[in-house]
Design a protein around this ligand. Structure first.
Ligand code: URA
Length: 239
């Protein structure tokens, strides 16, 4: 890879700034000053900028607490995307692992590791996803059984067995709202909303709490993000 690209990928500066810095002799590769921004380097090269080592990171991983109102895409000419929320320096190859609806909040992994994303999303792997859902009406024991047996949606789509736990049923003036926790092992379009809809409940609020071993960090407000810890990355690699 080109030296200026290597350094800009690692967040040292923009390609234009780096071209100047490299020509000014601020960068060494394996101990020697290199003034050619197009010089080739690899992940094994020892690159220093102003004397400080710049380690090459092939993959990066962010946990975002997705807020409502943004779309799960990498970039969009008109709309704010989840990748736009990764502020500060950000690599250009980031994408969200899977999609949450615009009005859904919660855990979203953002990375540049395509293989990892594939493992997490592949229907073969049946990675558990847990959601907190507030729905209209009082969820009944029959609803819980229907989820556990594998619902058939209106369009005939058969869902894998899912777990529905009722946390609370709030009733006011004859209207009920149920707070629930749902575990699904697949990720079909609008899946949770369609599952509840099939039983006569509408989802009023939805937040993803976990995806496989990765749990939403409770200290992240909607819109906030952080890097994954080494342990979290390891747990995903072991899937
Ligand atoms: N199920 C839904 O209906 N929406 C989401 O965003 C995620 C799961």
């Amino acid at each position: 890879m080109r030296l200026d690209k290597f350094l800009s990928d690692m967040g040292v500066g923009t390609r234009n700034e780096l071209k100047k810095d490299i020509k000014a002799g601020l960068v060494t590769v394996d101990g020697s000053v290199v003034r050619d921004p197009g010089a080739k380097v690899s992940g094994d090269s020892e690159v220093r900028f102003r004397g400080l080592p710049v380690a090459y990171e092939e993959f990066v991983y962010y946990m975002l607490n997705k807020p409502a109102g943004v779309i799960s895409a990498s970039d969009d000419p008109r709309e704010s995307t989840v990748v736009d929320l990764i502020t500060g320096y950000r690599r250009k190859d980031l994408f969200p692992v899977g999609r949450l609806d615009r009005d859904t909040e919660g855990l979203l992994l953002i990375t540049n590791n395509g293989q990892m994303a594939h493992r997490l999303l592949s229907p073969k792997h049946h990675v558990d996803k847990i959601y907190y859902a507030c729905v209209s009406g009082a969820v009944t024991p029959d609803d819980v059984i229907a989820f556990s047996e594998g619902l058939v949606l209106e369009d005939g789509l058969e869902c894998l067995p899912a777990e529905l736990n009722v946390l609370n049923i709030n009733s006011d003036n004859g209207e009920s709202v149920s707070e629930t926790e749902v575990t699904i092992r697949e990720g079909k379009f609008h899946q949770i909303k369609r599952m509840f809809h099939a039983l006569g409940h509408e989802v009023l609020y939805l937040r993803r709490l976990s995806m496989g071993p990765l749990e939403l960090d409770g200290s992240l407000e909607p819109g906030e993000f952080r890097r994954l810890t080494d342990e979290e990355i390891k747990s995903l690699e072991e899937l």
